[in-house]
Design a protein around this ligand. Structure first.
Ligand SMILES: *[C@@H]1O[C@H](CO)[C@@H](O)[C@H](O)[C@H]1NC(C)=O
Ligand SMILES: *[C@@H]1O[C@H](CO)[C@@H](O)[C@H](O)[C@H]1NC(C)=O
Ligand SMILES: *[C@@H]1O[C@H](CO)[C@@H](O)[C@H](O)[C@H]1NC(C)=O
Ligand SMILES: *[C@@H]1O[C@H](CO)[C@@H](O)[C@H](O)[C@H]1NC(C)=O
Length: 423
């Protein structure tokens, strides 16, 4: 029997190990917040150096994990395979039977005119009026579909799902070339899909549609639904995807869901999955940059403004949508429960509401930075590959920055000085 703590210390240089270690030691959120600060400070002290082949021993390790790590990995992947075998069974346990294919072929979405007569409705601004009038419309026809994506059992271990809009083809291109590349890492097969709606009014719809169809013929990785791609309609992407996943991808154990403008350290992500599988903590897995006790924003200028008429409490814990990881079990439960939750204009919060109904608290993981540090563009951390190397998700990069940082982080010659071990 190996002592898991010893194994972990052996490979503490691996970022995920360090992060996991942090999270494991201090479970409560307050502590986690102060650890974030400590961690950021530690990162400041890291230096960017190149590997000196003369340095021996454990001063600088260019390969982070020892033999313990590789043996653990083999075990993990077996467990993932096991998990995928049992998937078919629990599908039957939740919810009503799913159709064999996407069966929504017509837009059935007329305004709910009974709402119009209500006093609170008249106080809303036009954007929210539009939202509440169509709030009951959930599922839309598909313009581009890929039923074959995860049809073959065991073909996909991690499905990377990226929210994008039709005109951002350069972002999709950057994602395909970097973290969203379809590949196998440490035995886990990764496949990628982009989620799109149709162009919002005022855009050159016909040409954009022709372009995206061409793009999809080239890459075969776009799911498109026939609803307008507006900010308030992002929740439609959420529910239509959950339904799609339940129809077509019952054999996929993990989903990583992200935006098209984030940096994702795919290897660290795979590593994290490995840990969780090894410890049998993968089943109810949903983690990322959890936000607790948030209040709805009442500033009319904000994109996230929500009138009191629509929501008048604190939000349940929810995941910052920049990127999060979940197991297929959670995705399935989310789909079932989502059908009884009224749509909410902010998609991240909507998922939080569904999780609350399931009594699942999304786990805060410090390696997911969908807010925060990166926003202050002056901080040197933004240009520091070692900073990125230790994380899993970092928010808001333009395609060029993403490609550049990806290349730096992949560079084998980049060695980040050892971090202080906290135990
Ligand atoms: C996989 O499942 C088999 C039988 O269902 C079990 O004997 C084996 O220990 C499992 N392997 C892992 C790694 O969980
Ligand atoms: C229309 O709105 C009313 C009042 O909010 C609601 O009771 C009703 O269920 C809605 N109809 C549909 C089809 O969602
Ligand atoms: C999925 O695979 C099954 C058998 O492996 C096949 O019968 C079915 O037609 C496939 N479906 C699609 C949409 O490719
Ligand atoms: C969402 O999409 C539907 C279908 O395209 C559209 O009718 C509706 O106006 C959109 N809602 C918002 C709030 O943009």
């Amino acid at each position: 029997m190996t002592n898991p703590l010893v194994t972990r210390t052996d490979c503490y240089l691996r970022s995920a190990c360090v992060m996991e270690f942090f999270c494991r030691k201090k479970k409560n959120f307050r502590a986690a917040v102060s650890l974030t600060l400590i961690f950021a400070t530690l990162l400041m002290f890291q230096k960017l150096t190149t590997v000196d082949p003369n340095i021996k021993g454990d001063k600088v390790k260019s390969r982070w994990c020892g033999p313990e790590c590789s043996s653990f990995k083999r075990k993990s992947i077996k467990a993932v395979e096991n998990a995928s075998q049992s998937r078919g069974n629990d599908l039957a346990q939740v919810g009503k039977p799913m159709p064999k294919q996407w069966d929504v072929t017509r837009i059935k979405c007329s305004e709910n005119s009974t709402i119009k007569t209500q006093a609170w409705f008249r106080r809303l601004n036009p954007r929210f009026r539009e939202f509440v009038l169509h709030r009951h419309c959930r599922y839309f026809p598909m313009l581009l579909n890929h039923p074959e994506k995860c049809n073959v059992s065991g073909d996909v271990d991690v499905l990377v799902v990226v929210k994008s809009v039709i005109e951002e083809h350069d972002r999709r291109e950057a994602v395909r070339q970097t973290w969203g590349k379809e590949q196998e890492i440490q035995g886990l097969k990764i496949k990628t899909l982009f989620l799109l709606g149709t162009p919002a009014t005022g855009k050159d719809a016909r040409n954009l549609q022709a372009l995206v169809q061409y793009e999809d013929r080239t890459y075969g990785d776009i799911l498109q639904w026939d609803f307008m791609d507006t900010f308030f309609n992002l929740t439609l992407k959420e529910v239509n995807f959950l339904r799609w996943f339940n129809i077509y991808c019952s054999g996929v154990p993990f989903i990583f869901k992200g935006d098209d403008d984030v940096f994702v350290h795919t290897k660290n992500l795979v590593e994290l999955i490995g840990f969780r599988v090894e410890e049998n903590r993968a089943e109810n897995l949903i983690l990322g940059d959890t936000i607790f006790e948030a209040k709805p924003i009442r500033n009319h200028q904000s994109k996230y403004f929500i009138p009191k008429e629509l929501y008048d409490r604190r939000y349940p814990p929810y995941l910052g949508g920049g990127g999060f990881l979940m197991s297929s079990q959670v995705a399935r439960k989310l789909f079932v429960v989502s059908e009884s939750v009224e749509l909410y204009p902010i998609d991240d919060v909507f998922l939080g509401m569904c999780l609350q109904k399931l009594q699942i608290v999304p786990e805060l993981h410090l390696a997911f930075r969908t807010f925060g540090i990166i926003k202050r563009k002056v901080t040197p951390l933004n240009r520091e590959p070692c900073f990125f190397r230790n994380l899993i998700v970092v928010h808001k990069l333009v395609p060029q920055e993403l490609m550049h940082m990806w290349n730096l982080v992949q560079n084998e010659d980049l060695s980040c000085a050892r971090q202080v071990v906290i135990d």
